[in-house]
Design a binder for this molecule. Structure first.
Ligand code: HEM
Ligand code: HEM
Length: 268
C-alpha cells in the first residue's frame, strides 16, 4: 500500500513540474530569456536552483541513509533493510527527477558527465533491483547458501503440515503452488482463494500463508538460477557504484563552481 503512495507522490510531482514549466522547457535556448518564468525556472533561478538543491539532498539522504543502515549494527532496530532499500529507491528516483528539471533540459559543460552518470545509475538501479529481489537473503541482506535455503524450506513444510485448520488436500495443493514456476501475483491469488475456505482473513495463519508465499516464491528457483542472479548482482555493482561516485564527485565540483560564481540561491 505505502509503495502505491510513494509512486503516486512521484507521478504527482512530475505532473506538477511539467504543468508549471512545459511552455518554458520546450522553447529554444535563445528564446527562453523572454519567457515570463525564465527568472524562476532557469538552473540558477529561484525554482530551478531550488530543485537542484532539494533533488541533490534527496539523493544524498537516499544513498548515505541506506549505506549507513546496512553497515551500522546499532541501526538494525530501525526498520528492516528491505524498507530502507525502498526508501533508497524512492529518494533516488524523485531526486534525479528534480535534478532533471533543475537542468532545464540543457546538458552542457562538465556537469553533464554528472547528469549522464546519474541517468546510468538510475537505469542500472532498476535492473539491479530486479535481480536483487530474486536472491534469497536474510533480513539483513546476506545471500543465503543452498543448504540454508533447503533448511528453511523444510521448516516451512513442517509448519504447514502442522496447520490443523487446513485439510491434507489443501496442504498438498498449497505446497505445489508454492513450488510452481508461476508468478508471485498468481500464487498469492491462488493461496488466498484456498486459505479463505478454511481460515479467517487476517488471522495469524492467513497472514503466515501469504508471507510464506512471498518467501517460497524466492526459494522456489533452482540452484543454477539463484547462482546466476548472484553472479549478475556482483557484476551489476560495477555499474551502479562507480557511476554513483563519478556523479557525486562531479556534482561537488559543480556546486563549488556555482558558489564561486556567486550563485547563492535565495541567500543572495
Ligand atoms: C547531481 C546533481 C546536479 C546536476 C546533474 C546538475 C546539473 C546541472 C546542469 C546540466 C546545469 C546547466 C548547465 C548549462 O547551463 O548548460 C546546471 C546549472 C546550474 N546548477 Fe546544477 N546540477 C546539480 C546539482 C546542483 C546543486 C546541488 C546546485 C547548488 C547548490 C546547483 C547549482 C547550479 C547552478 C547555480 C546552475 C546555473 C549555472 C549557470 O547558469 O552558469 N546544481 N546544473
Ligand atoms: C542517483 C541515483 C542513485 C544513486 C546515487 C545510488 C547509489 C547507490 C549506492 C552507492 C549503493 C551501494 C550501497 C551499498 O553498497 O551499501 C546502491 C545500492 C543499491 N541501489 Fe542505488 N542509487 C541510485 C538509484 C537507485 C535506483 C533508482 C534503484 C532501483 C530502481 C537503485 C537500486 C539499488 C539496489 C538494488 C542496491 C543494492 C543494495 C545492496 O546491495 O544492498 N538505486 N545505490
Amino acid at each position: 500500500m505505502y509503495i502505491t503512495i510513494l509512486v503516486v507522490i512521484e507521478i504527482a510531482v512530475f505532473i506538477w513540474l511539467v504543468r508549471l514549466g512545459h511552455s518554458y522547457y520546450v522553447l529554444p535556448l535563445e528564446e527562453r530569456p523572454f519567457h515570463e518564468l525564465h527568472r524562476q525556472l532557469k538552473p540558477s533561478g529561484d525554482i530551478g536552483h531550488g530543485l537542484g538543491i532539494v533533488g541533490t539532498l534527496m539523493i544524498l539522504i537516499g544513498v548515505f541513509g541506506y549505506m549507513t543502515r546496512k553497515r551500522w549494527r546499532a541501526l538494525q532496530r530501525w526498520g528492516r533493510l528491505k524498507y530502507w532499500l525502498e526508501f533508497h529507491i524512492f529518494l533516488c528516483t524523485l531526486g534525479p527527477m528534480l535534478v532533471l528539471f533543475h537542468t532545464a533540459f540543457k546538458f552542457g559543460g562538465i556537469v553533464s558527465i554528472s547528469f549522464w552518470s546519474m541517468v546510468t545509475v538510475v537505469l542500472s538501479g532498476v535492473f539491479g533491483r530486479y535481480v536483487y529481489v530474486r536472491i534469497p537473503q536474510t533480513v539483513e541482506g546476506r545471500a543465503l547458501d543452498w543448504s540454508e535455503i533447503e533448511e528453511i524450506k523444510r521448516t516451512v513444510e513442517q509448519r504447514l503440515k502442522g496447520a490443523n485448520e487446513l485439510s491434507d488436500e489443501q496442504k498438498q495443493t498449497i505446497w505445489q503452488i508454492w513450488n510452481a514456476p508461476t508468478s508471485l501475483w498468481k500464487k498469492k491469488r491462488q493461496i488466498k482463494r484456498i486459505a479463505r475456505k478454511s481460515v479467517d482473513r487476517g488471522s495469524p495463519l492467513y497472514d503466515w500463508l501469504i508471507e510464506q508465499t512471498e518467501l517460497m516464491h524466492k526459494l522456489s528457483s533452482d540452484k543454477e538460477r539463484i547462482n546466476l542472479y548472484k553472479r549478475l548482482f556482483k557484476y551489476w555493482h560495477v555499474f551502479h557504484l562507480p557511476f554513483a561516485i563519478i556523479m557525486l564527485l562531479i556534482m561537488l565540483i559543480h556546486v563549488g563552481v556555482s558558489l564561486a560564481l556567486g550563485f547563492y540561491w535565495i541567500f543572495d
